[in-house]
Design a protein around this ligand. Structure first.
Ligand code: ADP
Length: 161
């Protein structure tokens, strides 16, 4: 049985993340979305909110689980018995960073294989940070995130001072 870990901050989960998750779920027996609790980014949503939004978004995918984690990603991969780490590649700019991280991860955990999915054309430009910026300025992001995520973004926007 092959378990794949798809790790990230998912602040919040977008249709781009969902596209990668869906494609990975067809290829691997089990996919775990690992939500990193304390990334070096400024977060809009708490870990609990990010986990709940992701869970709701993948509820229809029976072999996908969502779990928060708070340590080095390769250790979490080992803990859940993942043999594969999944990443999504958007533009060339993603590549350099992903390559750097892949080399470090290989050093730390030589048996963990990396599988990168090319982002689908319609999501090439889509990032959680851009979504947050557009949503906070009142832009329409309803085609880029699941409905419940759009509602959560809207709520955060309304409570912003
Ligand atoms: P973001 O870069 O959007 O803040 P994360 O840190 O949560 O997202 O990213 C987790 C993984 O998902 C990374 O491998 C990232 O490249 C990938 N990813 C993010 N957005 C997309 C997208 N629109 N299409 C494909 N992959 C994506």
């Amino acid at each position: 049985m092959t378990t794949a870990l798809y790790a990230g901050s998912f602040d919040p989960i977008t249709n781009g993340h969902l596209d990668i998750t869906t494609r990975a779920s067809r290829l691997f027996d089990k996919v775990v979305i690992g939500i990193f609790a304390t990334p070096e980014k400024r977060l809009m949503f708490t870990t609990e909110e990010r986990v709940n939004m992701a869970k709701k978004a993948v509820a229809h995918l029976s072999n996908v689980q969502v779990r928060p984690y708070d340590r080095i990603t390769v250790d979490f991969a080992r803990e859940i018995g993942a043999q594969v780490m999944v990443r999504g590649l958007r533009m060339v700019t993603d590549f350099e960073w992903e390559f750097e991280m892949a080399m470090m991860n290989r050093l730390l955990s030589p048996d963990l294989e990396l599988v990168c999915f090319m982002a689908s054309q319609q999501y090439q430009f889509l990032s959680a940070s851009l979504i947050k910026e557009v949503a906070s300025l009142g832009g329409d992001i309803t085609t880029l995130v699941p409905k419940h995520v759009a509602e959560a973004l809207k709520k955060k926007g309304v409570t912003r001072t």
